[in-house]
Design a protein around this ligand. Sequence first.
Ligand SMILES: [Zn+2]
Ligand SMILES: [Zn+2]
Length: 99
Amino acid sequence: MKFCHCGASMKRTIKDRIYYECHCGNKIKSESSDALIFEEIYVDVSNLEKFETIIKNSAYDIACTVVKKDCTCGRDYMKRVIVSDGMVSRYTCVCGNIA
Ligand SMILES: [Zn+2]
Ligand SMILES: [Zn+2]
C-alpha cells in the first residue's frame, strides 16, 4: 500500500509498469525499490542454456517489464521476457511459474 502526499491511499494500476494513482490526480511510477519493472529483456535463443537461466531468473530481475497477468499463485502481475527469435513472449512469476 502506498500513500499519496494528500494522505489518501493510492490505487495500483499496471500498464507495462506499475503506477500508483490517487483520486486527487497524483500519479507516481513505482520505484525500483519495489523490485519490479523497467526495460524489456531480449533473449538470444541460440544459447539455450543461457535462455533457460534467463527465463528462470527473470522473475527476480528488476530489469523486466511487468504486465498485468494472473498467475496460478494468485499474484495479478507477471514479468515479460521477449525471446529474440520470433518475438515470443514468456511470462514469469516470482513463485517460479512460467507461462
Ligand atoms: Zn492524493
Ligand atoms: Zn505466481
